[in-house]
Design a protein around this ligand. Structure first.
Ligand code: T4K
Length: 362
């Protein structure tokens, strides 16, 4: 039996390059507390993305919480049900209430045409998600946000490398948040980043990340320990050197999957809006049985696609009261993300696509 092929694998720099950076940590003994490597990682990411500033932190979930905290809002936050649970739990941990708006079944992102009908006097922010790195409709969302004077926090956890009008998508919204988890385009093993063009919000985020301290002396914010460590930053600095190659590779494999799978017109693909980083390969099947048959066929040869995102988050009734979201629930039931990562061979992509095609043509 072949080695298992999972939905993704981290893109990793050669170990010697990480070890070189680790040596410095061992020599200085500085492991954390906004050390030199964390500062360097932030600077290098900003240079790469051509953005003015980033506050790194320990994971994408806490990065989202930091964003809500920095805005100082309490009330209802409009978001999408077609996401990873962390989008919604970050809202709830900040004592806000998630209010779902159904998705556009083609882009898989929040449907901006349905946002306004869910805005009430309790709405304090909008948190859309760029699902699988596919940009939300910035113009429509900005117009609604401006009309109702609401801040926008983009959950851009999948979006390292995604662009809008030639610039990083992290320049959009009041705040944009990303993840540097092992499964993401750029990884620090665990990690997150918060981006804003607003200097005051940026400074507030830095205090929130460090217990709420100002100058190690006085507590001026409701903060927590959100710091990235030097070890994680070292991994990120080394991996950043390979991001260009990882992005090009993803696009090539995405294109190949699509070329093969579109032979079956019943298989649908996410409608790419603009500047996508192709970090995932989602395929939408005609019904849940077909999707599950594909899982069975692939699992039989040690290949493990994932049901991202299943189930639709509005159905997690232990967390939220159920409100039907027909489009999100429907897509969640019949979508699969097929394996896509740097070390996956093109031959494997072709085999996975052919098995999928054969199973769906039955
Ligand atoms: N917002 C959105 C829209 C998100 O998708 C996420 C996270 C967040 C916010 C929160 O960001 P973080 O707090 O996580 O930074 C994964 C990831 O844990 C999660 O980061 C991600 N989204 C979510 C979509 O997927 P799982 O439980 O499905 O992944 P897991 O651990 O099974 O990994 C998938 C495959 O990757 C494995 O089968 C093998 C491979 N893998 C995984 C890990 C952890 C490796 O090769 N090495 C590894 O270290 O959640």
């Amino acid at each position: 039996m072949r080695k298992p092929i999972y939905v993704t694998m981290p893109t990793l720099a050669p170990l010697e390059e990480v070890n070189e950076l680790m040596k410095g940590i061992w020599e200085s003994g500085i492991m954390t507390h906004n050390g030199p490597l964390v500062q360097r990682f932030e600077k290098e990411v900003c240079e790469y993305l051509k953005v003015p500033q980033m506050v790194s932190c320990c994971n994408g979930t806490l990065a989202l919480q930091m964003a809500v905290k920095a805005l100082g809002v309490k009330g209802e936050i409009i978001t999408t049900p077609f996401t990873f649970i962390a989008t919604v739990s970050s809202i709830m941990w900040e004592h806000c209430t998630p209010v779902f708006v159904d998705i556009d079944p083609e882009t898989l992102n929040i449907d901006p045409r349905k946002i306004e009908e869910r805005i009430t006097c309790h709405t304090v922010a909008i948190m859309p998600v760029h699902v699988f790195g596919n940009n939300c409709d910035f113009e429509a969302i900005d117009a609604i946000a401006k009309a109702h004077n609401l801040p926008v926090i983009y959950d851009a956890c999948h979006s390292v490398g995604s662009t809008y009008k030639g610039e990083s998508v992290f320049k959009q919204g009041t705040i944009s948040v990303t993840s540097f988890h092992a499964t993401k385009m750029l990884n620090t093993a665990e990690g997150g980043g918060v981006f804003t063009l607003d200097k005051e919000i940026d400074e507030k985020l830095r205090r929130i990340r460090f217990f709420g301290f100002e100058n190690h002396a006085e507590i001026v914010e409701d903060g927590f320990n959100g710091k990235m460590t030097e070890v994680h930053a070292a991994v990120g600095i080394a991996n950043l050197r390979y991001l260009d190659a990882a992005l090009a590779d993803r696009k090539e494999k995405y294109t190949r999957y699509k070329e093969i799978l579109e032979k079956n017109p019943e298989i649908l693909f996410q409608k790419i809006t603009s500047g996508c980083n192709y970090s995932y390969f989602p395929a939408i099947f005609k019904d849940e049985d077909t999707a599950l048959n594909v899982v069975t066929a692939l699992n039989a040869v040690n290949i493990f696609p994932r049901r991202y995102f299943y189930p639709s988050v509005n159905t997690f009734t232990k967390l939220v009261p159920y409100v039907p979201m027909p489009k999100s629930e429907d897509i969640a039931s019949r979508i699969l993300c097929l394996p896509l990562y740097k070390d996956l061979k093109m031959q494997d992509v072709e085999e996975i696509a052919e098995i999928t095609l054969k199973t769906t043509n039955k």
